[in-house]
Design a binder for this molecule. Structure first.
Ligand code: APR
Ligand code: ZN
Ligand code: ZN
Length: 361
């Protein structure tokens, strides 16, 4: 029996979001219905609302979520009703060349639930990032659910579904930060701060946080930055070199997504160092680097998509580290809010006041 629940819908480009009644079908083959317990508010939800991702309105927003599996469809073996899970963007196929070569992050045949959630008049909803979890219940592919220790608070667990995983993964998976390394993180919003926390977790000796906003630098310090640089007043490349004995950082993580900060990252790394681009650029952005500098400096220029995470490996591990007191994921939750407060949370996000507002049910 399809069910009616409340969910946050973006009806059209730049229109305020509304809490609407939505219809969630019973799970079909390979699908699961999840009773959502918490879902973080992410920039990507705002981008959907602004029409910046695509025009498939109306959207059912929300994608950084955790909850309990309520029902599963035919053939589902990954999860069972009652399991506490964190949701991820796409289920992987397990059979394509990328999957078989051990890189399911780049699976060619990822998928979401095949059935659609709708408004009560039958209008089909597009779930944000294939999830749509600003809703009391949501329909996903069973492969989008990863079981984690249910001791963790849902508000904390849900964050692993997107921005926090992207940042931690940029450091530990893509950047390969290791014990004793020096790391610089340019841009200390939620993603950059998570990269700082990930670097601390990996044992980095020196973690230099760079931002143009002193409030962000203060938060970065709480997350584990050992040094901070305000790049509005100080040249960050010079400052990073000075703080690393004149060399540059072993790993530089760019978490803004702009050409000028990418260029800073490029020149702030040590010879043979690694640059990780995790900030998402827009299609018009270009950089112009002397090829001789690319050649002469060696090392690696990488991009990090979703923190190069493997949900089944990384979500439970990070939850365990949090429960052991070795990774403070709760520090990313600035406030918990209700389903009706998402529009106000977008405003606060815009003003840079919060790391994460999390809707709890
Ligand atoms: N130099 C340094 N820091 C900057 C600059 C700059 N030129 N411009 C902006 N920043 C800082 C902001 O002050 C803010 O602290 O970058 C940070 C960006 O943080 P958020 O806006 O909170 O974004 P976040 O959620 O962290 O995502 C960062 O990663 O996943 C991508 O799409 C996401 O591109 C975005 C980036
Ligand atoms: Zn695949
Ligand atoms: Zn997100």
């Amino acid at each position: 029996m399809a069910q009616e629940v409340r969910g946050v819908v973006a009806p059209g480009k730049n229109q305020p979001v509304r809490v609407e009644t939505i219809v969630v079908p019973d799970p079909g083959p390979g699908e699961a219905v999840v009773k959502v317990q918490a879902c973080g508010v992410c920039h990507t939800d705002l981008h959907y609302k602004q029409g910046g991702i695509n025009d498939d309105f109306p959207f059912l927003l929300g994608h950084e979520a955790a909850g309990v599996v309520e029902a599963v469809g035919e053939g589902v073996t990954e999860v069972a009703p009652g399991d506490f899970v964190v949701l991820n963007w796409r289920a992987v196929c397990g059979q394509c060349r990328a999957c078989l070569r051990g890189r399911p992050q780049y699976c060619f045949a990822t998928h979401n639930a095949r059935q659609k959630m709708t408004l009560t008049d039958g209008t089909e909803l597009t779930p944000a990032l294939g999830i749509g979890a600003f809703a009391e219940k949501t329909l996903v592919a069973a492969g989008q659910c990863t079981k984690v220790d249910p001791e963790v608070s849902p508000a904390v667990a849900g964050l692993l579904g997107c921005g926090v995983m992207a940042g931690i993964g940029a450091a530990i998976n893509t950047g390969g930060v290791g014990r004793g390394d020096s790391v610089a993180v340019i841009g200390c919003g939620g993603v950059g701060d998570a990269a700082v926390a990930g670097s601390r977790l990996a044992g980095a000796a020196r973690i230099i946080a760079v931002d143009i906003d002193d409030r962000k630098l203060e938060t970065a310090r709480r997350m584990g930055a050992t040094h901070t640089v305000n790049s509005r007043t100080t040249d960050p490349v010079e400052a990073i070199r000075e703080l690393t004995g004149g060399f540059g950082a072993d790993v530089v993580i760019e978490a803004v997504g702009r050409p000028e900060t990418y260029e800073q990252a490029f020149y702030a790394r040590d010879l043979a160092g690694t640059v990780v681009l995790v900030g998402v650029p827009t299609p018009d952005m270009r950089i112009d680097l002397p090829l001789l500098d690319v050649f002469g400096r060696g090392g690696a220029l990488k991009s990090s998509w979703y923190g190069d995470c493997l949900p089944s490996r990384d979500f439970p591990m990070l939850v365990d580290l949090h429960l052991q007191g070795r990774l403070d994921l709760a520090a990313f939750v600035t406030e918990t809010i209700g389903l009706g407060d998402v529009e106000a949370a977008f405003d606060r996000m815009h003003q840079g006041d919060v790391l994460r507002s999390v809707v709890v049910f």
